[in-house]
Design a protein around this ligand. Sequence first.
Ligand code: MG
Ligand code: MG
Length: 250
Amino acid sequence: MIIIKNNEQLDLMRIAGRITGEAILVGRDHIREGVSTAYIDRVIREYIEKCNCRPTFLGYGGFPGAVCVSINDEVIHGIPSPDRILHEGDIVKIDCGAEYKGYTGDSANTFPVGKVSDAAMKLIEATKESFFRGIAQAKAGGRIGDIGAAVSEYAESKGYGVVRQYVGHGVGKDLHEDPEVPNFGTRGRGPRLYEGMTIAVEPMITMGSYRVRTQSNDWTVVTCDGSLAAHYEHSIVITDGEPELLTKVE
Ligand code: MG
Ligand code: MG
């Protein structure tokens, strides 16, 4: 069931979204060679809790961290660990949510550690651009398929893979609500978009095949071919014009 949010609910989601977006930037500002993914998790968790919010991911489905931190060929759901150390040339995905008075944000971004290859930077930039191509289609009266078609057309035109096994989603009281928001699709197909719908659009783009698998820890999703992957996500509100980006703070 798709839940349309009223103004009061949207106001709570604006707060949750802002803290989520700020938390991603706090993580970004602590990324450097030699730090562990557990350290990134800790600084973000402390920020979220200082803002009187709860890290939504902590315990979600049994997830052990407050934040997902995924490196290089890890696409999503990287478990923070004191043994996972960032190295120059890595690309790091931070995915997190902050819950405020029962409503949550959900956002992810990909950051370089020091100097990374031109190919890695291009992947990061194309993933972000594919998100913006997608949300340019996200307006009331359109369809979910309009978003995914725009994302995949752009990413595939650059020769990248578009992950299909994991998708965007409605977001609100629950981290994952209806509808699913795939990063592929057909224009004019899928659920209709209405004003007040809140969805997380989140392209997961690879330098090789779109195929992914889950590691033996039952969480971390990696590319099957070992190629680099990037992730970019914001929670948005559908309007009759441009969508409102709840988790974008700069
Ligand atoms: Mg997310
Ligand atoms: Mg999400």
